[in-house]
Design a protein around this ligand. Sequence first.
Ligand SMILES: O=c1[nH]cnc2c1ncn2[C@H]1C[C@H](O)[C@@H](CO)O1
Length: 349
Amino acid sequence: MVELHVHLDGAIRLETILDVAKKRGIQLEAETLVDLTKLCTMEEPATLTEFLSKFNHYMHVIAGDRDAIKRIAYEFVETKAKEGVVYVEVRYSPHFLANCSVTPISWNQKEGDLTPDEVVSLVNQGLSEGEKDFNITVRSILCCMRHMPDWSMDVVELCKKYRNDGVVAMDLAGDESLNCQAYPGHRRAYEEAVRSGIHRTVHAGEVGPPAVVREAVEILKAERIGHGYHTIEDEALYKQLLKDHMHFEVCPISSKLTGACDPDFTKHPLIRFKEDQANYSLNTDDPLIFNSTLDSDYRTVKKYMGFTEEEFKRVNINSANSSFLPEKEKEKLLKRLYEAYGMMENTGF
Ligand SMILES: O=c1[nH]cnc2c1ncn2[C@H]1C[C@H](O)[C@@H](CO)O1
């Protein structure tokens, strides 16, 4: 399987949070695994804002700690390898994990000496050690945050600096009610990304209207759309994106629990994407918070949306094709998939 949309800070092991908190002498609101699970995970549909508030319960444990940051990256790779993923692009905000050279410092941390730049270097180390030990390919995407436009230029500069060290693209995450007209910092950063050949994805149309998707494509020059469910409410835009083979990074379980989509999966926009043979991937988004795995997302769409093995193959080949790997590496990944699926190379979809 190929996974293109998963947040590193939404994919931390609860055991690791408990362990690091103990080592650092940090007080948590929950002291046992059972209580921490209740605190950090969601079972019922809520809102994106409620979902985003879950990060407040544990990010202060990991942020600012070099060992912890490297560890979550390494463990992430182990988890994905066990799930049967062969290629994954994992995303995070370097600024959220830093405690210096960033304003404001997040999660009520005291100022320290860990910069966003060093965070990227630590995550890269953890990911590449994991790649070697678990034999899968991992690349990363650095996130700008909607409410922090002053960080965005930094993010694109970090993408440029680490482009030969596993960083393949930039993203814009967070609360999409904050549009880019009001926040020109993001637009400037995305313009710089285009100029420098940095790949671009944008969270859009997850809970927001099709206008946010249009802005992502037309102004930010997004090459992929994070979620994008509400695109189908603007038929002309949707048809145009279908024609352009725009890639939608779909996260089924996430879309129910964040309140992005109707909780009745049989009414999900993904069904329309499937019927139209759109270009999309299937992803976990934040498996820690949704208490999910890539397998549970696949099982969900199989059970409620009539997904077949053929469609899963098509989805993964499209995902590999829409990955932000350079052409040569993309070809290698596609070859690995074709072989695993027992397909000839030219029988793609
Ligand atoms: O599904 C999401 N929509 C918008 N923002 C999100 C989602 N999942 C995680 N994030 C935010 C919270 C994380 O701290 C940040 C970077 O990974 O991205």
